[in-house]
Design a protein around this ligand. Structure first.
Ligand SMILES: C[S@@+](CC[C@H](N)C(=O)[O-])C[C@H]1O[C@@H](n2cnc3c(N)ncnc32)[C@H](O)[C@@H]1O
Length: 290
């Protein structure tokens, strides 16, 4: 691919943050699709003499009643378990998300009846990948952060029942200390991701992020991501629920009416590897061409 931006790409200097009230929502099952893609499409082809270089975009923070990201840790758990050396850059538009990851040493999970089986399975998978048993915490504890809107009596009730906690992977703790994991607070449309020491990336995960950007923002973000990928690297992205009424500017959707056609992907040097609709969310896996 030439380094010249395609003609349809908006000028960076015109870019305005869409400020479409981004949600921080995530949950314990959210890393599971990603680790499935890593297992099937990335790890079998990775030369283990080199670290796998990963970019995680928009990890999120809100897990219903508590604040906790999961995606970066699920990825780290899979790689650590498989003995794959890795480096990871994590970018989020929100400084709180980045500060949380900088300071977090435990993940937490609330055993609520309303939780789906998928979330429990995600949590259990994380425990089995990291070889940990659930430990239950009954008092206020670092990294257990309840949402501001949770009623104090509910908090006491939850603590009586116990909050599940587990350590973050050791490789992640070490990476934060030795620079193998770098954190960047920035908007993916324009953030200098290609200049981070982890770049160029072998794998990029950007789930439930594009739907918060304007069309121009999505186009710049996709260009930014494509430019930071190594040849042969994979990019995993999706759009929000196809029925969600606010989401009018989808890049990809079920009917092919989003702006990101295969031709546009091609213009950015990306090949479509696979597409899926999972629980009304449209996902694509793209490969950087040589
Ligand atoms: C709905 S959460 C998704 C969390 C997680 N990826 C998941 O799929 O569960 C959206 C995340 O993307 C971040 N985000 C939204 N717009 C962004 C942008 N333009 N650049 C970087 N991060 C962004 C938000 O701050 C939030 O952490």
């Amino acid at each position: 691919m030439s380094d010249r931006p395609p003609r349809w790409l908006p000028d960076k200097s015109w870019y305005q943050d869409a400020r479409r009230a981004p949600s921080f929502e995530t949950n314990a099952k959210r890393g599971m699709r990603t680790i499935g893609v890593l297992q099937e499409y990335v790890l079998p082809f990775h030369d283990r003499s080199q670290p796998l270089r990963i970019l995680e975009v928009g990890p999120g923070l809100d897990a219903t009643w508590i604040r906790c990201p999961y995606e970066p840790y699920a990825i780290a758990a899979l790689l650590e378990r498989n003995g794959v050396p890795y480096e990871m850059a994590i970018v989020d538009k929100d400084a709180e998300v980045i500060a949380d990851i900088q300071n977090r040493r435990q993940l937490c999970f609330l055993q609520r009846r309303a939780y789906s089986n998928g979330e429990k399975e995600g949590w259990n998978r994380y425990l089995s990948l990291t070889n940990q048993n659930t430990s239950l915490v009954h008092e206020h504890f670092p990294n257990i952060i309840f949402q501001y809107w949770v009623n104090p009596s509910e908090i006491e009730d939850q603590l009586d029942r116990g909050v599940k906690v587990a350590n973050i992977p050791l490789s992640f703790q070490n990476g934060l200390r030795d620079g193998g994991i770098v954190l960047l607070n920035g908007d993916i449309a324009i953030a200098p991701i290609a200049d981070l020491p982890v770049a160029p990336y072998d794998f990029i995960n950007a789930l439930f992020v594009f739907s918060y950007l304007s069309v121009e923002g999505q186009q710049l973000a996709l260009y930014n991501l494509a430019q930071s990928m190594r040849v042969g690297a994979n990019l995993f992205i999706d759009n929000f629920k196809i029925t969600f009424p606010r989401m009018t500017s989808m890049c990809i959707n079920k009917w092919g009416s989003g702006w990101a056609t295969e031709k546009k992907f091609n213009d950015l040097g990306l090949n479509l590897v696979k597409r899926d609709v999972v629980s009304e969310v449209y996902e694509v896996l793209l490969l950087k061409k040589g």
